[in-house]
Design a protein around this ligand. Structure first.
Ligand code: ZN
Length: 562
């Protein structure tokens, strides 16, 4: 039938043609009742019709833009369920250390930036990962580099290089000096300063020990004129937006931002200038949350471009940096079970605030101990009411789980917000860190979680990993490492499940399944056109599919150049 869907009445009114029609391809609706469809019609920012090639003509009028799919596939826009939006933008503005072959290459990349920089300005880099170098640095402490080479090539410019995981940093002498880091500085609670045999800091700081370095950098930034800082932030948002839509991402769950960043997002949303839809988790301490979260709760601001109704906390660190909080010691660092970065009391208080102000609580937990603690706190907060399914609280990463905790996700109604690509990029050192049993039973245990009834939302944790949904989908269905070996392939998702984790799963994890995640009348017209069908193409083709076009709210925001 011909008509216009009215989202306020849930009715289709007859007689008006569509603004945009996509036709002649495969439509992956991602609805519960999949049926063959070849065309989609859009009016305004919503989908009004999905159906067959024989009926689509009814929707085409004089002013309708017709996009010929020519056999390509259209599906719901990808939902990146855990990333760092400004971090992505900033990573495109700083020294990129991902893919460096060894520590020497890291130093060379930094040296190039030092040459271009004014004397005394900070050199910021991101993405180094010692496990991904072809050989260990020399000298090294626990496998991590020592600052000397960096300090030699940059005696006057402070250098601060964030680890790929974000849970560790490497600083040179000048940066440590500004941060007041000396041999006498003690290790803080929930963090570690790596030291040489004679007790001097190596320049590598783990978890809470990173604080003074970033504070020193922020202090230097705060001396910049406010307009310059804001201009940099807007540039980061612009670059991040471009990178997202180029990869078919139409909604981004921003995993932990401060109130001032939300102020910028709000302003842009109201001016219809956000490049894609953001679902924001606030990251702040309890006193500040208590004071401000009521006022900041926002749903669907600026034509559904901005929602702020979640809080992010961090229960531990990351596996790559030996910061994940484990039930038993690390196989390759037997003196340590990692780091608890948040006290139980503090997390309980955050949970209480989230219940009071109706926020979703999203807690970063990588190690099996951290996951258990968070599940315990959630369960206790839900209490007798057993309202987990309504609250949809989330564990971010849920990376290493004890077998007995896996069923608790489904039982308590907790969303597992996981990253397919972490399994394949971390895979090579998981067994080293955890030993074979823990790696087999509970590392990135998607299959076990799904079979137990849990909902998974997928993502990349960008800029930890590149924001490439197709690479992440491929990792999710193959768990294939760079060397071609599959990492515990019995935990693979099916293709359908992987696509769900990037569409309906992400929508559910943000209470947005009414508006997003599937192609059907009434939903927002957020969609992506792919060169081929990711459900049926040869597996090895999945990461090579190309994003041909991205639409958000019925607007073409990206089109691949021919
Ligand atoms: Zn993250």
């Amino acid at each position: 039938m011909l008509g216009l869907f009215d989202s306020t009445t849930n009715q289709v009114s007859a007689g008006r043609s569509a603004d945009i029609v996509l036709r002649g391809g495969t439509v992956l609706t991602m609805t519960n009742h999949p049926r063959a469809a070849q065309a989609v019609a859009i009016r305004g920012d919503r989908i009004v019709w999905v159906g067959s090639e024989t009926e689509v003509g009814d929707w085409i009028g004089r002013n309708t833009r017709v996009i010929e799919l020519n056999g390509r596939t259209v599906m719901p826009g990808f939902i990146e369920s855990h990333g760092h939006f400004l971090g992505l933008g900033e990573s495109l503005m700083t020294v990129d250390l991902t893919g460096a072959a060894d520590y020497e290459e890291v130093v060379r990349r930094v040296a190039r930036a030092v040459k271009r920089a004014d004397k005394g300005t900070w050199i910021i880099g991101r993405g180094w990962h010692q496990e991904k170098w072809r050989r260990p640095p020399s000298p090294h402490v626990e496998g991590y580099p020592v600052h000397d080479a960096l300090s030699r090539i940059s005696p006057d410019n402070p250098v601060l290089l964030t680890h790929a995981t974000g849970h560790m940093c490497l600083a040179n002498e000048a940066a440590m000096k500004l941060a007041g880091m000396t041999r006498a500085t003690p290790d803080p609670e929930g963090g570690a300063i790596l030291r040489t045999k004679d007790g001097a800091p190596t320049g590598v700081f783990r978890e809470n020990a990173m604080g003074p370095l970033y504070t020193a950098y922020q202090q230097a930034r705060s001396k910049m004129p406010a307009e310059q800082r804001q201009a940099e932030r807007l540039e980061a948002i612009r670059l991040a937006g471009e990178e997202c839509v180029r990869h078919g991402v139409t909604t981004f769950h921003d995993a932990g931002v401060g109130f001032d960043t939300v102020d910028t997002y709000r302003k842009l949303a109201l001016e219809n200038r956000l490049p894609l839809r953001l679902y924001v988790m606030l990251n702040a301490g309890n006193p500040e949350l208590a004071r401000r979260m009521k006022e900041y709760r926002t749903i669907g601001l600026g034509k559904h471009f901005l929602t702020v109704r979640a809080v992010k906390r961090m229960a531990d660190g990351a596996l790559g940096s030996h910061g994940a909080w484990m039930l038993e010691p690390y196989e390759d660092l037997p003196a340590s079970t990692g780091h608890q970065t948040l006290t139980r009391r503090s997390l309980e208080e955050t949970a209480r605030l989230c219940l009071e102000y109706d926020y979703q609580l999203c807690v970063h937990a990588i190690g099996d101990r951290a996951n258990r603690e968070v599940l315990d706190v959630f369960e206790q907060a839900f209490g007798q009411s057993n309202n987990g399914r309504q609250l949809r609280w989330r564990i971010e990463h849920a990376q290493h789980l004890s077998l007995r905790d896996i069923p608790r996700f489904a039982e308590l109604g907790i969303v597992a917000s996981m990253q397919g690509c972490h399994a394949t990029s971390d895979g090579p050192f998981v067994v080293t860190r955890l030993g074979p049993r823990r790696a087999r039973e509970g590392a990135y245990a998607w299959r076990r979680l799904i079979d137990a009834g849990a909902i998974i939302a997928n993502g990349t944790d960008v800029p930890v990993e590149p924001i490439d949904p197709l690479a992440c989908l491929y990792a999710s269905v193959t768990r294939k490492l760079a060397n071609g070996v599959a990492f515990f392939p019995e935990q693979c998702m099916t293709r359908r499940e992987a696509l769900e984790s990037y569409t309906t799963g992400g929508a559910y994890a943000a209470f947005e399944e009414r508006d997003k995640g599937a192609l059907e009348p009434g939903k927002l017209a957020d969609l992506v056109v792919l060169s081929d069908n990711p459900l049926t193409c040869p597996t090895e083709q999945i990461p090579r599919l190309s994003v041909e076009m991205t639409l958000i709210g019925g607007q073409v925001v990206y089109q691949k150049s021919p």
